[in-house]
Design a protein around this ligand. Structure first.
Ligand code: G3H
Ligand code: 13P
Ligand code: ZN
Length: 315
C-alpha cells in the first residue's frame, strides 16, 4: 500500500526512524520489499533524478506497482529524492509519487523558501507532501575550525523560520553527514547537539537525515580483497540512528551502503566463479544479500516490527 511519508512520520515520531532506500532496478526493488517484509518494517522508496533517467521513469513506476501486487502486505511511500523544481512538478503531475523532495538548499535562504513554497502549493493541491532542505551537506573535515564547520550545518533558528514560511512537511537538516562512501576523515560523528537545538525550535516536526550510510568496514575490506579500491571509506555509526530518532529524525536516507552490497556481491561472485556468464545466479545472490542488508538497517533504525501497527493506522 502506497501512503504519504506524513502518515509514516506520525506513527514513528520520537520513537524510531523510517529507512528511505534508493532504487534503480528490479533486483534492488525485490530485495527491498523482501527485506522490509522479513523485518516487518514500513519504508520509503526513493527515486532520484538519475534513477528516473537510468532507463525510463515509467519503468520504475511499473516495477513498484508490480511489487505492490507481489507484496500486498507492504506499507511504503514513494518519494522523489533531491528533486529540482521541474522534476518535482513532473512527479506531482504523474500522480504516482506520494512525496517529493525539493532540494533548493544551494540557493540563498529567501530563494530556497520561495522555491520550496511554490512546490508545496502545487503538491498540497494534490495531496502530496514535501521534504525541503536547509543547510549544506558535505564532509566537514577534521581540520576545519568549529565556527567554520558550524556555518555549514543547519542553523536551528533559521530552520524554524524556514518551516513556517515555506510550509514544507519535513525538513532535511545538515548535522555533519555527507553523501557517498567517504564521509569523515577522522573521529567526527553526527552532531546530535545541533539536532537537539533544532528539535527545540521545531518540536514535533519531522526531520530528515541524508547521507546516512554506515560504510561498514567489513564490507569495504571484502570489496578490496576481491579487487576493489576503496581506501579510507567511512560512514555514520548506525547505533546513532535511534538517539537521532528520539531527537525528531523520522527519515534516514541510505543509498551508498546498498551500492556496497552490490559491489561486494558481484566482485566476490565473479572472482569465485570466473567461468560464469549467466546473470540469474548472481542476481539471486544479490537479492538475498540485499534483503538481509535492508532488514539489518531496519533493526538499527528501530522500524523493524512496526509494520502491523502502521498497517492498522493507515488502512
Ligand atoms: O543522494 C543521492 C542518492 O545517493 C542518489 O544518487 O543521484 O546517483 O541516483 P544518484
Ligand atoms: P548515502 O550516500 O550516505 O547513502 O546517502 C543517501 C542519500 O542521502 C540519498 O538522498
Ligand atoms: Zn541525499
Amino acid at each position: 500500500m502506497i501512503v504519504t511519508t506524513k502518515k509514516l512520520f506520525e506513527a514513528a515520531y520520537g520513537k524510531y526512524a523510517i529507512g528511505a532506500y534508493n532504487i534503480n532496478n528490479l533486483e534492488q526493488t525485490m530485495g527491498l520489499f523482501r527485506g522490509c517484509l522479513d523485518s516487518q518494517a514500513p519504508f520509503i522508496i526513493q527515486i532520484s533524478k538519475g534513477a528516473r533517467s537510468y532507463t525510463d521513469s515509467k519503468m520504475l513506476e511499473g516495477l513498484i506497482r508490480s511489487a505492490e501486487q507481489v507484496f500486498p502486505e507492504a506499507v511504503f511511500a514513494v518519494h522523489l529524492d533531491h528533486g529540482d523544481e521541474e522534476t518535482c512538478y513532473d512527479c506531482i503531475k504523474s500522480g504516482f509519487y506520494s512525496s517529493v523532495m525539493i532540494d533548493a538548499s544551494g540557493l540563498p535562504f529567501d530563494q530556497n523558501i520561495a522555491t520550496t513554497r511554490r512546490v508545496v502549493e502545487a503538491a498540497h493541491a494534490r495531496g502530496i507532501v514535501v521534504e525541503a532542505e536547509l543547510g549544506m551537506l558535505g564532509g566537514v573535515e577534521e581540520h576545519v575550525a568549529v565556527s567554520e564547520a558550524n556555518a555549514k550545518l543547519t542553523d536551528p533558528n533559521q530552520a524554524k523560520a524556514f518551516v513556517e514560511r515555506s510550509g514544507c512537511d519535513s525538513l532535511a537538516v545538515a548535522i555533519g553527514t555527507s553523501h557517498g562512501a567517504y564521509k569523515f576523515s577522522g573521529s567526527q560523528a553526527l552532531r546530535l547537539d545541533v539536532l537537539a537545538e533544532i528539535q527545540k525550535c521545531l518540536p514535533d516536526f519531522p526531520l530528515v537525515m541524508h547521507g546516512s550510510s554506515s560504510v561498514p568496514q567489513d564490507e569495504v575490506a571484502r570489496i578490496n580483497a576481491a579487487g576493489g579500491q576503496m581506501k579510507g571509506a567511512k560512514g555514520v555509526d548506525p547505533t546513532q540512528f535511534k538517539p537521532a530518532a528520539v531527537l525528531g529524525v523520522t527519515k534516514v536516507n541510505i543509498d551508498t551502503d546498498g551500492r556496497l552490497v552490490w559491489t561486494r556481491v558481484h566482485r566476490e561472485y565473479f572472482k569465485e566463479h570466473p567461468e560464469n556468464f549467466d546473470l540469474r545466479p548472481i542476481g539471486k545472490v544479490f537479492m538475498a544479500e540485499y534483503a538481509r542488508f535492508i532488514a539489518e538497517k531496519n533493526n538499527y533504525l528501530g522500524s523493524a516490527g512496526h509494520l502491523p501497527e502502521v498497517r492498522k493506522i493507515v488502512s
